[in-house]
Design a protein around this ligand. Structure first.
Ligand code: SF4
Ligand code: SF4
Length: 515
């Protein structure tokens, strides 16, 4: 493991608010997207590597272009202008961000992060800021400030925890998305996010896994499951006429513990007699267009799912375990790519795999042997975008209840982490919002601190051995950072991995598409 300074945990189950320090995370930010990556996103490409070769230049006339974009966004999204106008500096959000807690950097306090954009907005778009800038903290947009934008808006995972505690509900995530959208228009796109979105447009998924490789992977999974269970559970690809189109994060195809979740979904469909298929064209649930605040790219990604559903003539769209994908699906899919009037309206459009599984459990359609998970004492990490950006089921709080209901239906031992770290107060894993990249490893380790604190407490005091989660980013982030805190990677599990362990397969043959 590389050498990082690891924040100390107290093991008492509460988060200690650190002393504020200046500029502990001052820097250049993550790797910048080169013009090639910007092209696929329809962002400007008229910038190049500097003559010294160290860093990309900004686009010509960058300042006017940044301000034009800010003007455009504040008119397009009323919420953005309201958020920039209404902060009263009460300070309620200051200690609520995991990145502030982990780094101590004053600019990682949510209100300070917002102010990086707010002070420019005030300078150019408010009467007081134009004529009395010092009185209202308004400042000119300079290259130095722009570097702070790039750096600190990529130290926000857009988790929305701060907004839960703000008396006005100011959503720093939206401000952070707007800042990234502006940056993308002046030659400061982020390599990690933009390269990934480009891969989806070109190949169909974040990983750049082509159709043949995907088909091979699924065939391999069928063989593995048959070897383990003696029953052929199908993993269909591009099957026209299947009832369900499963859209899942591409990490589910091979990463651990994600793939164990995919095996769980397949077993659930098999046992319930539901025909289903994956799509090689829409082989990705993730929608990084949201992270970069780009409505246009978010829509282009969402439309691929609609096109796949029409082509495959499915009746339902079901999403696998992915936090931000579910937020985009639940909160925006109908607006971005609807109407979905060609689907079976008796089911939610779209539906989460946990809603499917919980419905089947309630209807007695799945035979479960909970003792298969008796080697584990589970806790559950609520993923930010599910907890604070969506719902499940038909009542408020379903997004907290349904995953726990499913875990309790398939496991005998479940213990929640402390109340101020779960449900709507959950802490981000530290790698969300487009920050799951190696060039931000130091930030990711520090940002995981509050969740690690809560996990340490339940492992030491309550005997918890494993933490389940329903987000591909959380799974990847935790398996990577928890060794730095003295845990082991295999302590992170998919919820459908637990379902898979407990599910007793009785049906001999999977139901196939009927067309
Ligand atoms: S949205 Fe999350 S990461 Fe961003 S400032 Fe708020 S608490 Fe921090
Ligand atoms: S809690 Fe809300 S109003 Fe108070 S400082 Fe933070 S953003 Fe501003």
């Amino acid at each position: 493991m590389a050498d990082y300074k690891i924040p100390k945990l107290n093991g008492e189950g509460y988060v200690e608010i650190p002393e504020v320090r200046e500029d502990t995370m001052q820097g250049n930010g993550p790797f910048i997207a080169k013009p090639d990556f910007q092209e696929a996103m329809h962002f400007p490409t008229d910038f190049a590597m500097s003559a010294e070769g160290g860093r990309f230049e900004l686009v010509p006339d960058w300042k006017n272009r940044a301000l034009e974009k800010l003007d455009d966004l504040r008119h397009r999204y009323r919420s953005l202008q309201v958020y920039l106008d209404i902060c009263v500096k009460c300070g309620a959000c200051t200690d609520k961000c995991h990145y502030f807690i982990g780094t101590q950097d004053a600019k990682n306090m949510p209100v300070a992060r917002q102010d990086l954009l707010r002070k420019v907005y005030r300078r150019y778009f408010t009467f007081a800021g134009k004529y009395f800038p010092k009185l209202v903290g308004a400042v000119d947009l300079t290259e130095e400030l722009l570097e702070d934008w790039y750096n600190y808006y990529h130290q926000c995972s857009q988790c929305r925890r701060c907004s839960v505690f703000c008396p006005y509900g100011i959503d720093t995530a939206e401000i952070s998305m707007a800042a990234r959208e502006i940056l993308n228009h002046i030659g400061r796109g982020q390599k990690y996010c933009n390269e990934i979105v480009g891969k989806v447009f070109k190949i169909g998924n974040n990983l750049g896994l082509p159709e043949m490789a995907l088909a091979d992977t699924l065939e391999g999974l069928e063989e593995d499951v048959e070897e383990d269970n003696g029953i052929k559970v199908r993993f269909p690809l591009d099957e026209v006429g299947a009832e369900v189109l499963l859209v899942t994060p591409s990490a589910d195809f091979f990463a651990e513990p994600h793939v164990d979740g995919l095996i769980g979904y397949a077993k659930v469909f098999h046992e319930a007699g539901i025909s289903w298929t994956l799509s090689s064209y829409a082989s990705e649930a993730a929608n990084f267009g949201m992270f970069i605040g780009s409505y246009e790219n978010m829509r282009r990604l969402a439309l691929r799912i609609r096109e796949a559903a029409i082509k495959l003539k499915v009746k339902r769209i079901v999403f696998g375990e992915c936090g931000h994908a579910w937020r985009v699906a639940y909160s925006f899919l109908n607006t971005l790519a609807g109407p979905f009037d060609f689907l079976d309206q008796r089911y939610p459009v779209p539906q989460h795999i946990l809603e499917v599984t919980w419905g089947l459990i309630q209807d007695g359609k799945l035979k479960l042997d909970k003792s298969q998970n008796d080697d584990m004492v589970l806790t559950f990490h609520d993923s930010c975008n599910v907890a604070r950006g969506s719902r499940m089921g038909n009542k408020p709080g379903g997004q907290f209840e349904i995953p726990r209901n499913v875990i309790k239906a398939v496991c005998n031992h479940f213990i929640d982490m402390p109340a101020d770290t779960i449900h709507e107060a959950t802490y981000c894993c530290g790698g969300g919002g487009g920050l799951l990249t190696d060039d931000l490893m130091d930030l990711r380790i520090k940002g995981a601190q509050p969740r690690m604190e809560a996990l340490r407490y339940v492992t030491e005091q309550k005997g918890v051995t494993h933490m389940a989660t329903i987000c591909a980013i959380c799974k990847s982030q935790f398996t990577r950072v928890i060794p730095y805190y003295g845990f082991s990677m295999d302590q992170i599990v998919s919820v459908h991995q637990l379902v898979s362990n407990a599910l007793v397969l009785q049906r001999q043959v999977s139901v196939q598409a009927r067309l």
